[in-house]
Ligand binder design. Structure first.
Ligand SMILES: [Zn+2]
Length: 210
């Protein structure tokens, strides 16, 4: 039986999706991409008696990471990012905060993830899928048993991420999506970095970029 619980908070000026994710039998959660407005995240956790155990970043752009350090300080949760993406957190030119006008963002990750790495957290089993192209160290997070994928800015509803930022490459992005995501089952629900969710099957049929 399906047990995943997903709360979506849309945060910041770029309206990035932050996901608060847990299994139905625990109050422990994973927070994916705390992009801004840490108070909103904290309020939701408090109101629901939830404990943040881990912060997962899909990639290192400011609109997905701006509240990560504060949330980590508040909850003691570790900030995890793909190994090749860790320099984005430290470098305001890579995380684009230099150009965003909200102050230069620079902090370190607590744990570095590898491709295909698996771990258990918040009552769920997670897998890391490296999907370079939007950035070189971007990843998706798969909940295999639940049929759920968090795609960051790699795959959107009938669209794909931009590839014109530092380390971006459109061909690499298309290869990542085709070779690493489109091999998944049609029924997999995809929770994207911006905008509405979709499914692998819908994108297989309707995504004009693939
Ligand atoms: Zn991005």
């Amino acid at each position: 039986m399906r047990k995943v619980r997903i709360k979506t908070l849309v945060l910041g000026p770029l309206q990035a999706n932050c996901y608060i994710v847990r299994g139905s039998e625990t109050k422990e959660v994973v927070v994916i991409d705390p992009g801004d407005q840490v108070d909103k995240i904290e309020d939701y956790l408090k109101e629901n008696g939830l404990e943040c155990k881990r912060i997962l970043l899909t990639h290192g752009h400011f609109d997905h990471i701006s509240a990560a350090e504060e949330l980590s300080n508040l909850t003691k949760a570790k900030i995890c990012v793909f190994e090749k993406e860790s320099k984005f957190l430290i470098d305001p030119n890579l995380n684009l905060s230099t150009f965003a006008g909200g102050g230069r963002l620079s902090f370190e990750a607590d744990c570095l993830l590898e491709d295909k790495e698996e771990f258990n957290e918040a009552g769920l089993s997670w897998q890391v899928i490296h999907t370079p192209g939007h950035t070189e160290g971007g990843v998706c997070y798969l909940l295999k048993d639940e049929g759920v994928l968090f795609s960051g800015d790699t795959l959107f509803y009938e669209s794909v991420g931009r590839s014109d930022f530092p380390s971006g490459n459109h061909r690499t992005l298309a290869e990542s999506i085709n070779n690493r995501l489109m091999i998944l089952d049609d029924s997999i629900e995809v929770y994207t970095g911006h905008g509405r969710p979709t499914t692998i099957g819908h994108e297989r049929q309707h995504n004009p970029y693939l």
